[in-house]
Design a protein. Structure first.
Length: 182
């Protein structure tokens, strides 16, 4: 039973990244009041007393500061607001994907135009485009033809794209990565 209680207390401490109330072990802290006003540097016991008088929690905001900064807040409300801010920040992040377009050395002009239009759509969405040209069998003898095809492909997208990684032969395929112009 005691072991289970000890594990629960240990688990609670590791879940919360902020020290609250009796978990704060420093002698002196800089205190911020419940309305955001600076209360100054004071002993922890005095700050705890002020927090208990206002029926709120003492939460360590910045443990690395000298002295550490603590704030008198409702801890449940504080955690909720913090999680909401993190969620908003994740929502605003743009994740760039790498879309791949595969070509062959004997591709026709119309097919190349179709693939270029598809790459244009990907680039305007903000994604990177990996253009790979695969060589089969005896096509490896004509690597220079593949390089010309990739250059033609880039010329079709030159107005909106920049070469992030130039054409390079990797095994049996030649790869080039394009990104949107800023």
């Amino acid at each position: 039973m005691l072991c289970l209680l000890f594990y629960f207390l240990w688990r609670c401490k590791t879940i919360s990244e902020h020290k609250i109330n009796e978990q704060i072990r420093d002698k002196e802290i800089r205190l911020i009041g419940k309305n955001g006003e600076q209360m100054g540097v004071m002993p922890v016991k005095e700050a705890l007393g002020m927090a208990q008088d206002s029926e709120l929690d003492l939460v360590m905001i910045s443990p690395n500061a000298k002295p550490p900064v603590c704030k008198i807040v409702d801890y449940g409300k504080f955690r909720y607001e913090q999680m909401r801010r993190e969620k908003e920040a994740r929502k605003k992040q743009k994740v760039t994907e790498v879309k791949e377009i595969r070509l062959s050395p004997n591709i026709d002009l119309n097919d190349l135009n179709t693939k270029a239009n598809q790459a244009r759509k990907f680039l305007t969405k903000g994604d990177k485009v990996k253009v790979s040209l695969r060589f089969r069998g005896r096509e490896m003898a004509h690597v220079n033809v593949g390089r010309e095809i990739l250059n033609d492909f880039f010329e079709k997208l030159e107005d909106i794209a920049v070469v992030d990684k130039p054409a390079k032969l990797e095994g049996r395929s030649m790869v080039m990565i394009l990104t949107e112009k800023k």
